[in-house]
Ligand binder design. Structure first.
Ligand code: HSE
Length: 445
């Protein structure tokens, strides 16, 4: 049958803010091309939003707007429910109800999938419906598609991503303008790059949700946000960004997941990255994800990680997938987390103390004989090898005649527990005058 002879698949939208409006507008604008790809029209038939007047103004008079999301879920004509409410309160309840009602679900909700994914996928599997979440990770970049399908031949080794645009914008401003974190955050808020309450972004939680989802798909493990190590950028200062630069590195907030012999690393924290890597040069609010896979080698996926139409691009890609596969047997569909539900791995997420990485250390020390020897002696005793060092002239650090200086040490790889113990000992030296700054370093080679 010609695609144009099929009736359009009907979609209900829960929440029509920035992303929802983008979905509606892009679907309208590109409907002919989308029909040629999907083989069937896709129609937003019903919208639920608390602000019905604003919602009606976005979708026009021909789309039914209600203020009760459950009326959308209860509508037997609706095949797909798009959840764009966010958070894991009411959004979780509505997604579970939509699944129970036999609807396919598309969501951009990273928190929901990272925290409650296991429960959601189990329910969807029982009901034989699809749950698609391309927009939940890195906005418009089709990274879920790439990991789940494009790289399906590969054994994925690690993923490292700049997956939070707000913090990348702040870090870019700190580097470009020599600003400290607090000042750069205020600028980002003034320019609309950071929310009034930026906690989830600056504390690394948003990136933690996203890397949790990628980790599950890459390694066939359940989503386990509760086991992720999450550290944000609030402690960074302009000085460390400058020292890192002098040593040939940029500081980025990375979401990292890695398969190692005894389990899986899952972590978000600021990292020094060699300035010559492409990913180190991702600036402003852009996102990028680097994937190391055994057959293909390294790939880098770059683009807009937020915004109305970029995120809508990902939501609509999911709508097209579901439209194509709607009539297919559930067993023919791509599994939610890339691996068949009965073939998931129980590889444990490693605690941070067992993670192996290299480090940047900054010590404020008394500028006197033997200080460096005592510090390097304690590192040597712990079996930690030094990769590079930088010592500032005392006058540069504390002004003319200063008796203090900054000592910057780059180490080779060592297990974090060992580094913690060494730092505690070094911190106890009377010649170490302030809390030691430690930033992890990833070569991404
Ligand atoms: N707040 C996120 C960011 C976008 O700054 O990248 C949505 O996840």
């Amino acid at each position: 049958m010609k695609s144009s002879n099929l009736t359009p698949i009907k979609v209900g939208l829960l929440g029509i803010g920035t992303v929802g409006s983008g979905v509606f507008n892009v679907l309208q604008r590109n409907q002919e091309e989308i029909l040629r790809r999907a083989g069937r029209g896709i129609e937003i038939a019903m919208v639920a939003d608390l602000d019905t007047a604003r919602a009606q103004a976005v979708v026009g008079p021909n789309v039914q707007v209600v203020n009760d999301a459950r009326a959308v879920i209860a509508n037997p004509e609706i095949d797909i429910v798009i959840e764009l409410i966010g958070g894991y309160g009411i959004a979780r309840q509505l997604v579970m109800e939509a699944i129970e009602a036999g609807k396919h679900v598309v969501t951009a909700n990273k928190a929901l999938i990272a925290v409650h994914g296991t429960e959601i996928f189990a329910a969807a599997h029982r009901k034989g419906v699809m749950v698609a979440f391309e927009a939940a990770v890195a906005g418009g970049i089709p990274i879920i598609k790439a990991l789940r399908e494009g790289l399906t031949a590969n054994r994925i080794e690690w993923i490292a991503g700049i997956i939070n645009g707000t913090t990348n914008f702040i870090l870019s401003e700190m580097r470009d303008k020599g600003l400290d974190f607090d000042v750069a955050l205020k600028d980002a808020q003034r320019l609309g790059y950071a929310e009034a309450d930026p906690t989830f972004d600056i504390e690394g939680v948003d990136a933690g949700h996203k890397v949790t989802i990628m980790s599950a798909i890459a390694f066939g493990i359940p989503v386990q946000f509760d086991k992720a190590y999450v550290e944000g950028i609030t402690q960074l200062n302009a000085q460390d960004i400058k020292y890192a630069e002098q040593l040939g590195y940029r500081i980025k907030l990375l979401g990292i997941t890695k398969r190692v012999a005894n389990g899986v690393e899952l972590r978000v924290h600021p990292s020094l990255v060699p300035a010559k890597r492409l990913i180190a040069n991702v600036e402003g609010a852009m996102n990028a994800v680097m994937v190391q896979a055994d057959a293909l080698g390294t790939t880098l996926y770059y683009g807009k990680g937020a915004g109305s139409e970029p995120t809508a691009s990902a939501v609509i890609a999911d709508l097209v997938d579901i439209t194509r596969l709607n009539s297919a047997d559930a067993a023919q569909r791509v599994p939610y987390l890339a691996f068949q539900p009965d073939a998931m791995s129980d590889a444990p997420i490693l605690p941070m103390s067992e993670v192996v990485t290299s480090y940047y250390l900054r010590l404020k020390v008394a500028d006197e004989a033997g200080v460096l020897a005592r510090v390097t002696g304690l590192l040597a005793e712990a079996g930690i090898s030094i990769d590079g060092m930088l010592q500032r002239e005392a006058d540069d650090v504390g002004g003319a005649g200063s008796t203090q200086t900054d000592l910057i040490i780059l180490t080779h790889d060592c297990v974090e527990a060992k580094m913690n113990a060494a730092i505690a000992k070094i911190q106890n030296l009377p010649t170490v005058l302030a809390p030691i700054t430690r930033i992890r370093k990833e070569e991404l080679a």
